[in-house]
Design a protein around this ligand. Structure first.
Ligand code: MV4
Length: 450
């Protein structure tokens, strides 16, 4: 059993991890930059260590500073949260070299899934359905053109190291191929130092459906259903729900088992998310994320489990506290991401919170590190809270979301809350009839957002 863990993150996710640890009787260490001395995670942890200046590269991304904080405080394990170092295989390696434990997957699993070509090849061999496309990398324009004809246009060229939509280009026809191929390669090179690309059939109107999986590292694994995260803007999710409104119990059981069996096969440890595009009743694997995701609370709500507690348990070598048979879905959950951003253009809006009031009541969870008088620093991302609602069914969850948004007070900065009031009034959102392009189209039409 760990006595003390270090949380290598900030904001709401640091609080999320501290809360789980405290319930398990584990001491917590917060790390923080000089810009975060007054942050809630520093106040909430048992101890804290300042690890550097405001710039994330010199603080939350500084491996030596975080390892030193562990050695100073005697923390035995590190939880990375999401973002920052959470999918950095080298960080995991360094942690292990110091005799510490990373609360998450192995360096090898992070490395395999971090390279999209290797990830897809691995998943395909494990029986996971993938988007039709190239076998591995595509080294030349000639090969790309040949594949374009073979797969059939439109196709998408993706950088193997890509992420956040960078290094991804669609070719509608053979005329587009040269430019798309060169641009995807150049973006891969400049953003990730890797110009290797692969090609897939471009799916025009899919949903983004992701399966939550969990493994104990000893060949046992479960799935916790799906989340529909199709409502995105520039590859940032804004509204997520579970279960997916378009997914039947039979489909969930089938794809869920495929995913759980796949990660059991590779002895995966901890939480993982297997991302799919879903179109015309078919699932197509695109990527696997080897971390706890921002939107994990909707899964926690409908399954009644604490995923962070489970992460800590398996990192200690303990078994998961449930079997697949014990995991049943109860109702419906929705999360909205509240950002300190000014509409219509989502411009970051840091500043001082003059008044904060979190909503409450049955089926409402507000994960946020805000407090009255807190100043949101300009150095990090603009997520300031996640409002998660849970109801017996989707209509009840939607009504509860509207009610809870009405109770929320965040004064002093602009937020994305008005967007959610507007979205709740939309018939397509009410009925769950949306795909990955719905929100950007809506924003253009209604807010003139380019
Ligand atoms: C695709 C696709 C259509 N067809 N792959 C975007 C980010 C990266 N994770 C994968 N992405 C996509 N891959 C094929 N073969 C469309 C997207 C995509 C997308 C995916 C999920 C959620 C939002 C999206 C927005 C634009 C494009």
């Amino acid at each position: 059993m760990f006595n003390k863990i270090l949380v290598a993150n900030r904001g709401e996710i640091a609080l999320r991890v501290i809360r789980a640890a405290r319930e398990m009787g584990i001491q917590t260490v917060a790390v923080h930059s000089t810009a975060d001395s007054d942050a809630m995670h520093v106040r909430m942890a048992d101890e804290s260590v300042c690890i550097g200046p405001p710039s994330a590269t010199q603080s939350y991304l500084s491996i030596p500073a975080i390892i030193a904080a562990c050695e100073i405080t005697g923390a035995e394990a590190i939880h990375p949260g999401y973002g920052f170092l959470s999918e950095n295989a080298n960080f995991v390696q360094v942690i292990e070299d110091h005799g510490l434990t990373f609360i998450g997957p192995t360096a090898e699993h992070i490395r395999v899934m971090g390279d999209k070509i290797t990830a897809k090849d691995t998943m395909k061999k494990l029986g996971v359905p993938c988007v039709p496309g190239s076998e591995g990398g595509v080294p030349t324009l000639e090969e790309a053109k040949r594949l374009g004809e073979a797969i059939g246009y439109p196709v998408i060229i993706k950088a193997t190291a890509g992420g956040g939509g960078k290094g991804m280009k669609v070719a509608q026809s053979s005329e587009d191929m040269e430019k798309a191929f060169r641009t995807a390669r150049a973006e891969g090179k400049s953003n990730f130092g890797n110009d290797e690309v692969y090609i897939e059939k471009y799916l025009t109107t899919p949903r983004h459906i992701e399966i939550q999986v969990f493994g104990d590292g000893k060949g046992n694994a479960v799935h916790l259903g799906e989340r529909d995260c199709s409502l995105q803007r520039r590859h940032q999710k804004v509204f997520e729900e579970a279960p997916g409104p378009a997914i039947s119990a039979e489909e969930r059981a089938r794809i869920g088992k495929v995913c759980a069996d796949a990660i059991a096969n590779i002895n995966y440890i901890g939480a993982g998310t297997i991302e799919f595009l879903y179109e015309n009743g078919e699932f197509y694997f695109i990527e696997m994320n080897t971390r706890l995701q921002v939107e994990h609370p909707v899964t926690e709500a409908i399954f009644g489990v604490d995923l962070v507690r489970e992460q800590i348990r398996v990192a200690e070598g303990l078994p998961m506290s449930f079997t697949q048979d014990e995991l049943t879905i109860n109702g419906h959950a929705i999360e909205v991401r509240i950002n300190a951003e000014k509409l219509p253009n989502f411009a970051p809006c840091p500043g001082r919170i003059t008044q904060y009031h979190a909503p409450g009541g049955l089926g409402v969870r507000m994960d946020s590190a805000l407090y009255d008088g807190y100043s949101i620093p300009p150095y990090y991302d603009s997520l300031i809270g996640k409002l998660i609602v849970h109801g017996r069914d989707r209509p009840e969850a939607m009504a509860r979301l509207g009610r809870a948004l009405g109770e929320l007070i965040v004064d002093g900065v602009e937020t994305t809350v008005p967007l959610f009031h507007a979205l709740l009034a939309e018939a397509d959102v009410q009925s769950g009839d949306y795909n990955i392009h719905w929100l950007e189209h809506w924003l253009e039409t209604n807010l003139g957002d380019a």
